[in-house]
Design a protein around this ligand. Structure first.
Ligand code: AMP
Length: 268
């Protein structure tokens, strides 16, 4: 596995791979790798000849009172896990932005509601960094986790509307044995909070509608419901457990899914 931190070197490497006719599959992450990320890396192998996994804690997607500075950064461990899971290039830039950067990518419909209602600017930060990563790595395919369902919706729309020649692949949610969706932020939970997180996953999984989810989640002691909303056929929720914010989503099975946010394909 090669480790690249220099932007120009990444671009040269990508151009070289393209010349050789290789298909590049990208897995963007913020590091603190866990089984969720690693399942994306393994899936990436099926979508490209060369798997690039990026590790970059993107300051532009954190709000002023969010956990940017305390976000875990176990780089040596990340390197080892990436190498053990078939990653060919670990792209770990120190900084992706010019000091006077003044161009951003903004999505104005699918980024509203759900997490977008509580994290102003978050999805612009995500769309901007992913657009930059697409250009730096020249990805043919990019793998994103369904865990961040709204992120998938926004990035599919960005790829369509800005004509990125990238196939967006949604990977299933990886869960721990207690049902909790894997997340780097799970590391913040105490043992008691972890049990609350397991109830969150279990009750969301049993929910048949938005109303049912709200009713079930609001009953859980030690959990503060931020939102429960349906979008694109998924029932999505965010909760606070102590000082940790967790998100999760499940397929909306028993009711007619509201499909109004689905990105229609352009006729060509
Ligand atoms: P992050 O490092 O949190 O930005 O996540 C990087 C990528 O991993 C995103 O596409 C996430 O959706 C995905 N991811 C994170 N957790 C999981 C999970 N439990 N299952 C599947 N994908 C995940």
């Amino acid at each position: 596995m090669k480790t690249i931190s220099n932007l120009k070197r990444m671009q040269r490497e990508a151009a070289h791979l393209k010349q050789l006719g290789k298909k590049i599959a990208l897995v963007p992450t913020m590091g603190a790798l866990h089984e969720g990320h690693l399942s994306l890396a393994r899936l990436a192998r099926r979508h490209g000849d060369v798997v690039v996994l990026s590790v970059y804690v993107n300051p532009k997607q954190f709000g002023p009172r969010e956990d940017f500075t305390k976000y875990p950064r176990p780089f040596a461990r990340d390197r080892r896990l990436a190498a053990d899971n078939g990653v060919d290039i670990l792209f770990a830039p120190g900084n992706l932005y010019a000091d006077d950067a003044s161009v951003t990518v903004s999505e104005s419909v699918l980024s509203q509601g759900r997490c977008g209602a509580f994290r102003p600017g978050h999805f612009d930060g995500v769309a901007t960094v992913v657009a930059k990563l697409f250009n730096l790595t020249r990805a043919d395919a990019a793998i994103f986790g369904q865990k961040d369902a709204q992120q998938c919706d926004v990035l599919e729309r960005m790829a369509r509307d800005l004509n990125f020649p990238v196939e967006i692949v949604r990977a299933p949610i990886a869960r721990d044995a207690d049902g909790v969706a894997r997340s780097s932020r799970n590391a913040y939970l105490s043992t008691a909070e972890r049990q609350v997180a397991a109830r969150f996953a279990a009750e969301l999984g049993k929910s048949a509608s938005v109303g049912d989810a709200r009713w079930r989640l609001e009953k859980i002691a030690g959990l503060k419901l931020q939102y429960a909303e349906a979008a694109n056929g998924r029932l999505c929720a965010a909760v606070w457990i102590g000082r940790t914010r967790l998100i999760d989503n499940v397929e909306l099975k028993t009711q007619n899914p509201k499909r109004k946010t689905t990105t229609p394909k352009l006729k060509t």
